[in-house]
Design a protein around this ligand. Structure first.
Ligand code: HEC
Ligand code: HEC
Ligand code: HEC
Ligand code: HEC
Ligand code: HEC
Ligand code: HEC
Ligand code: HEC
Ligand code: HEC
Ligand code: HEC
Ligand code: HEC
Length: 472
C-alpha cells in the first residue's frame, strides 16, 4: 500500500473512533435519551438507574476495573466478613487463589453482568445455578451427607448463600436446634434514638438542645404560612418534645454552617443533620436509590413491582411514610406501605396472624413491640454503629437489605419470636410468603437435621474439630 493511502486510512480510523467515543460520551452524559444506547434493559436491582449510566460507567472509555470500582463503591460495605463468605480477601490466600482460574470470583461482573435479561435470574445472578461446582466439586469427599446432592441445590432456600451465610453456618444452626416454633413473649428490640441522642456528637446540640418546647418557643419567621394544624401536629409529637424547632427543618445550614433562608418544602438534607444514618440507609435501598444518585425521587409509575394506580406519580421521600408534621411511625409501618404496594403478598397481610397481632399491639392489648408490621420484616430494628465507639438500635431504612436471599431476614426479624427451624421452613415456602404467612409452613428444609447429624458425628469423633460450614 502506498504511504499516502496508509495515512488517509489511519486518519479515517482516528476520526471515526473519536466520533464514536464522542457519540458514547454524549449518550452517557448529554441530553439524548441514554437508554437508547443500552445493549439491553437493566436488571431489577438497577432499573431505576437507567437515567444515570455514569453511576456504573464512571468513565465511558474505561471497562473492567472502572466498572468494578463502581460496584464496590455502592456495595462494598457488605462484601466483606462477616457479611460475605467469599470476600476478595479469601482469594488473596495463596491456597485459594488457584481456584480463580476456573471462575474469576474477584470481579462482580463475572456473576452479575447487566443489559442481558435473558441470562439474569433472581438476585441479579447471571451464572448458572450450579456455579459452586467450580470450587467445591469435592465437597462430598469429607461430608457424607452431601454425597449425591446436585450442585444446583446448594443455594436452595435455607441451604447456603454465596455471600451472606450469617443465619446458615453450622455452629449457628447447632445453637438453635429444637427451638419452639413460636417463642413465648417474643418482641423486637426497642428503638433507642431518644435515649442516646445526647451522646451523638454530630447532632446539632448547640442550635437545638434536647428540651421540651411549647407554643411560645416556636421560631418560624413572621410571614411563614403557619396553620393551627401545623402548630398542633408539631406540639403533640416528638420533635417539639425533643427541642426540634421549626427552623431545624425549614432553615437547615449551608456548607459553612449558616442557616439558609426559610423554605416551605424542606428536603431530606434537613433531616440528615440529625438522622444521617436513616438518610444514608434509605439511599441504599430501592426506595431512596434515585435520590442518592442525584436523580428525581422514585415514583410508583416507574416500578416493576405492582403498585396502586392512584399514587402513580407520588414521589418517594421521607414524607411518603412519615408525613409532616406528625412524622407518625405507626402509620408509616403498614398504612403507608399498603397505600402504594399492590401485590398478592401485601394484600394478604391484613388477614394474617401477624396483621391481627399488629392491631392488638396498637390497641394496647399486648406489648407494643410484640406486634408485627410490614416494617418489622422489611425495615427491621438493627444495632448499627454510630461511630467507632458507639452503636444504637435503629430502624433500617434500606428495605432491600433483608429481602433477598430471604434468609437475611431471619436474624433481624423472625428469630426474635420464632425458632430457627420454623423460620427456615416458612421462608422456603413461596405459597406461604404469597399468603403473607397465613398458616403453617408446608415445606421442610433439611438444614437443621443435617446440622444435628453433624453435631452427633463430631461428638462421636471427639477431637475432630470441624467447625466449618460444610461440616455435615
Ligand atoms: C448498574 C450498573 C450499570 C448501569 C446503571 C448501566 N450499565 Fe451498561 N453495563 C454494565 C455492565 C456490568 C456491563 C457489562 C460489562 C462487561 O460484561 O464487561 C455493561 C455494558 C454496557 C455496554 C457494552 C459495552 C461494554 O462496555 O461492555 C454498553 C454500550 C452499555 N453498558 C451502555 C449503558 C448505557 C447507555 C447505560 C445508561 C442508559 C448503562 N449502560 C447503564 C453496568 C451498567
Ligand atoms: C449507584 C450505586 C450502585 C452501583 C454503582 C451498583 N449498584 Fe448494585 N444495587 C444498588 C442498589 C441501590 C440496589 C437495590 C437494592 C439491593 O438489592 O441491594 C442494587 C442491587 C444489586 C443487586 C441485586 C439485584 C437483585 O435483583 O436483587 C446486585 C446483584 C448488584 N446490585 C450488583 C451490582 C454490581 C455487580 C455492580 C457493578 C457492575 C453494581 N451493583 C453497581 C446500587 C448500586
Ligand atoms: C462467583 C459468583 C459471584 C461473584 C463474583 C459475586 N457474586 Fe454477588 N451473588 C452471587 C450469587 C450466587 C448470589 C445469589 C445470592 C447468594 O447466593 O448469596 C449473589 C447475590 C448478590 C446480591 C444480592 C443479594 C445480597 O446478598 O446482597 C448482591 C447485591 C451482590 N450479589 C453483589 C455483588 C457484588 C457487589 C460483587 C462484587 C464485589 C459480587 N456480588 C460478586 C454470586 C456472585
Ligand atoms: C471461586 C471459588 C469458589 C466458588 C465459585 C464458590 N466457593 Fe465457596 N468457598 C471457596 C473457598 C476458597 C472457601 C474457603 C475454604 C473452604 O472452607 O472450603 C469457601 C467456603 C465456602 C463456605 C464456608 C464459608 C465459611 O464462612 O466458613 C460456604 C458455605 C460456601 N463456600 C458456599 C458456596 C456456595 C453455596 C457456592 C455457590 C453459590 C460457592 N461456595 C462457590 C471458594 C468458592
Ligand atoms: C422535623 C422537620 C420539621 C419541623 C420541625 C417543622 N416542619 Fe414544617 N414542614 C416540614 C416538611 C418536610 C414540610 C413539607 C411538607 C410537604 O412538602 O408536603 C413542611 C411544611 C411546612 C409548611 C408549608 C405548608 C405545608 O403545610 O406544607 C409550613 C408553613 C410549615 N411547615 C411550618 C412549620 C412551623 C411553623 C414549624 C414549627 C412549629 C414547623 N413547620 C416545623 C418539616 C418540618
Ligand atoms: C434538629 C434535629 C432533628 C431534625 C432536623 C429532624 N429530626 Fe426527627 N427526630 C429528632 C429527635 C431528637 C427525635 C427523637 C425524639 C424522641 O423520640 O423523643 C426525632 C424523631 C423522629 C421520628 C420518630 C418519631 C416518633 O414518634 O418516634 C421520625 C419519624 C423523625 N424524627 C423523622 C424526621 C424527618 C423525616 C425529618 C426531616 C423532615 C426530621 N425528623 C428532622 C431530631 C430531628
Ligand atoms: C417506606 C416508609 C418509610 C420511609 C420512606 C421513611 N421512613 Fe422513617 N420510619 C418508617 C417506619 C415504619 C419507622 C418505624 C419502624 C419501627 O418502629 O420499627 C420509621 C422510623 C423512623 C425514625 C425513628 C428511628 C429510630 O430508630 O428511632 C426516624 C428518625 C425516621 N424514620 C426518619 C426517616 C427519614 C429521615 C426518612 C427519609 C430519609 C424516612 N424516615 C423515610 C418508615 C419510613
Ligand atoms: C410512595 C409509594 C411507596 C411507599 C409508601 C412504600 N413503597 Fe415500597 N416501593 C415503592 C417503589 C416504587 C418501589 C420500587 C419498585 C421497583 O423498583 O420496581 C418499592 C420497593 C419496595 C420493596 C422491594 C425492595 C427490593 O429490593 O426489591 C419492598 C420490600 C418494599 N418496597 C416494601 C415497602 C414497605 C415495607 C413499605 C412501608 C414501610 C413501603 N414499601 C412503602 C413504593 C412505595
Ligand atoms: C413476617 C415477615 C413479613 C411481613 C410481615 C411482610 N413481609 Fe413482605 N416479604 C417478606 C418476605 C420473606 C418476602 C419475600 C422475599 C423473597 O423471597 O424474595 C417479602 C416480599 C415482599 C415484596 C416483594 C419484593 C419483590 O422483589 O418481589 C414486597 C413489595 C413486600 N414484601 C411488601 C410488604 C408489605 C407492604 C407488607 C405489609 C403489608 C409486608 N411485605 C409484610 C416478609 C414479610
Ligand atoms: C415480634 C414477633 C414476631 C416476628 C418478628 C415474626 N413473627 Fe411470625 N408470628 C408471631 C406470633 C406471635 C405468631 C402467632 C400468631 C397467632 O397465632 O395468633 C406468628 C405467626 C407466624 C406464622 C403462622 C403460624 C401459624 O400457625 O399460623 C408464620 C408462618 C410466621 N409467623 C412466620 C414468620 C416469619 C418467617 C418471620 C420472619 C420473616 C416472622 N414470622 C416474624 C410473632 C412474630
Amino acid at each position: 500500500m502506498r504511504k499516502r493511502t496508509k495515512i488517509i486510512l489511519w486518519g479515517v480510523w482516528l476520526v471515526g473512533s473519536l466520533a464514536f467515543a464522542g457519540y458514547l460520551l454524549s449518550m452517557l452524559y448529554g441530553k439524548a435519551d441514554p437508554a437508547l444506547m443500552m445493549p439491553g434493559p437493566l436488571s431489577d436491582g438497577h432499573h431505576q438507574l437507567a437515567d444515570d449510566c455514569a453511576a456504573c460507567h464512571v468513565n465511558p472509555l474505561g471497562g473492567g476495573e472502572v466498572l468494578q470500582q463502581a460496584c464496590v463503591d455502592c456495595h462494598g460495605d457488605v462484601r466483606k466478613k462477616p457479611f460475605d463468605s467469599h470476600p476478595a480477601a479469601k482469594f488473596k490466600d495463596p491456597r485459594n487463589a488457584p481456584q480463580l482460574a476456573k471462575i474469576d470470583a474477584l470481579h462482580c461482573v463475572t456473576c452479575h453482568t447487566e443489559h442481558k435479561p435473558e441470562i439474569i435470574a433472581k438476585n441479579g445472578l447471571s451464572q448458572p445455578k450450579d456455579l459452586c461446582v467450580h470450587c467445591h466439586a469435592d465437597v462430598a469427599d469429607d461430608r457424607p451427607s452431601h454425597v449425591g446432592m446436585e450442585f444446583a441445590t446448594c443455594t436452595s432456600s435455607g441451604c447456603h448463600n454465596f455471600h451472606d451465610n450469617r443465619a446458615l453456618y453450622t455452629n449457628f444452626l447447632v445453637k438453635h436446634l429444637h427451638e419452639d416454633p413460636i417463642k413465648a413473649d417474643g418482641t423486637v428490640p426497642a428503638r433507642e434514638f431518644a435515649g442516646v441522642v445526647g451522646e451523638i456528637m454530630t447532632y446539632p446540640h448547640d442550635r437545638f438542645p434536647v428540651q421540651a418546647l411549647t407554643a411560645g418557643d416556636m421560631d418560624a419567621p413572621t410571614g411563614a404560612a403557619v396553620t393551627p394544624g401545623i402548630r398542633r401536629d408539631w406540639l403533640e409529637t416528638r420533635h417539639a418534645q425533643a427541642g426540634v424547632n421549626c427552623t431545624a427543618c425549614h432553615m437547615p445550614p449551608d456548607a459553612s454552617g449558616t442557616p439558609m433562608a426559610w423554605t416551605d418544602k424542606p428536603g431530606t438534607a434537613g433531616c440528615a443533620q440529625c438522622h444521617d444514618l436513616e438518610v444514608k440507609r434509605f439511599g441504599q435501598g430501592k426506595h431512596g436509590m434515585r435520590i442518592a444518585a442525584g436523580l428525581s425521587p422514585m415514583t410508583p409509575d416507574q416500578a416493576r413491582l405492582p403498585m396502586k394506580p392512584d399514587v402513580a406519580h407520588a414521589q418517594l421521600t421521607c414524607l411518603s411514610c412519615h408525613g409532616a408534621h406528625r412524622f407518625d411511625v405507626v402509620k408509616a409501618a403498614v398504612e403507608a406501605c399498603t397505600g402504594c404496594h399492590d401485590d398478592q403478598h401485601t394484600l394478604a397481610f391484613e388477614n394474617s396472624p401477624h396483621g391481627a397481632l399488629w392491631r392488638k399491639a396498637q390497641a394496647g392489648e399486648i406489648d407494643g413491640d410484640a406486634g408485627v408490621s410490614c416494617a418489622t420484616c422489611h425495615m427491621p430494628r438493627v444495632d448499627f454503629d454510630v461511630n467507632d465507639w458507639m452503636s444504637r438500635v435503629m430502624v433500617d431504612h434500606n428495605q432491600s437489605a433483608s429481602l433477598s436471599p430471604n434468609s437475611k431476614m431471619i436474624r433481624p426479624a423472625c428469630l426474635h419470636c420464632h425458632g430457627l427451624g420454623f423460620s427456615l421452613d416458612a421462608l422456603a415456602d413461596q405459597a406461604l410468603i404469597d399468603r403473607n404467612f397465613n398458616g403453617q409452613p408446608k415445606v421442610h428444609v433439611d438444614t437443621m437435621d443435617l446440622a444435628e447429624q453433624d453435631q452427633k458425628r463430631r461428638r462421636a469423633n471427639a477431637g475432630g474439630d470441624d467447625a466449618g460450614m460444610f461440616g455435615f
